[in-house]
Design a binder for this molecule. Structure first.
Ligand SMILES: C[S@@+](CC[C@H](N)C(=O)[O-])C[C@H]1O[C@@H](n2cnc3c(N)ncnc32)[C@H](O)[C@@H]1O
Length: 231
């Protein structure tokens, strides 16, 4: 598959080719969504996606929004690891009501990868300004931005419980760290969603290895995402 080829991923990943592809795909997907989904939700997603750069397609943010809305009725906080410019985080803010939302990112871009990732990303790719994200999310209550390398940046939050977590870190190490950190902290019925499971080898390996001895089945979605519900 072309989308699994390291060289192709390195060439197009994060650049204008990927951006153009994602914008064109999202334009089509929003047209389809607008034929049968709530106009208010489609408008919110389209406007939010236009406000800043995102690596998520329209269907992917629709899935994120749908899960976050459903989980907002359950007890526990929400979290995201891999914030970048804050598009997915803003949608979590729109869904969360008065819940705590914890957002984790280096804001200095991707950390070092490992052999399991292949040679797909560059160190520091997706660096962005934390101040820009703070300004973008200004006005939403109970939002906590943790700048630094995850999971070190979460060290003082050990007692929290979560109903919904979005992982979007692109790499094996960060994905595995996210699963190890959040799995024991999820409420029964809590949901962990991840971007890029079907396109990034490191993300896929982290999920497959982590869930191999767990009872929860992984659901692969028609987007690049995967999801499971804590039993
Ligand atoms: C693809 S971007 C996230 C995209 C974002 N969710 C959106 O809506 O467009 C991946 C992000 O993960 C962050 N990241 C990767 N590994 C990390 C780690 N171990 N700790 C903190 N941030 C990490 C990078 O800094 C980068 O901003």
């Amino acid at each position: 598959m072309l989308s699994h080829n390291d060289k192709v991923q390195r060439l197009v990943g994060g650049g204008w080719v990927e951006r153009t592809y994602l914008n064109a795909l999202s334009w089509i997907q929003f047209r389809v969504l607008s034929t049968h989904k709530s106009p208010d939700v489609v408008r919110l997603l389209r406007q939010t996606r236009r406000q800043r750069r995102s690596l998520m397609s329209a269907y992917e943010i629709w899935i994120l929004h749908a899960y976050a809305m459903a989980q907002s009725r359950r007890p526990g906080a929400m979290a995201e690891v891999g914030v970048f410019q804050g598009v997915s985080a803003k949608l979590l803010c729109e869904c969360k009501g008065d819940k705590e939302l914890h957002l984790f990112d280096t804001f200095e871009g991707l950390p070092a990868n490992c052999a399991k990732d292949g040679n797909v990303h560059r160190l520091g790719q997706y660096a962005t300004s934390v101040e820009g994200v703070q300004a973008f999310l200004d006005g939403y209550e109970n939002v906590h931005i943790h700048k630094g390398l995850f999971p070190d940046s979460a060290a003082d939050l050990e007692a929290k419980q979560y109903c919904f977590v979005n992982l979007d870190v692109d790499l094996y190490g960060g994905t595995l760290a996210g699963l190890e950190y959040f799995y024991p902290k999820m409420i029964p019925g809590g949901v962990i969603l991840s971007h890029d499971y079907s396109v990034l080898a490191g993300v896929r390996k982290a999920f497959d290895e982590f869930l191999a001895d767990k009872p929860e089945p992984l659901v692969e979605l028609p987007s690049t995402q995967c999801v499971f519900t804590k039993l």
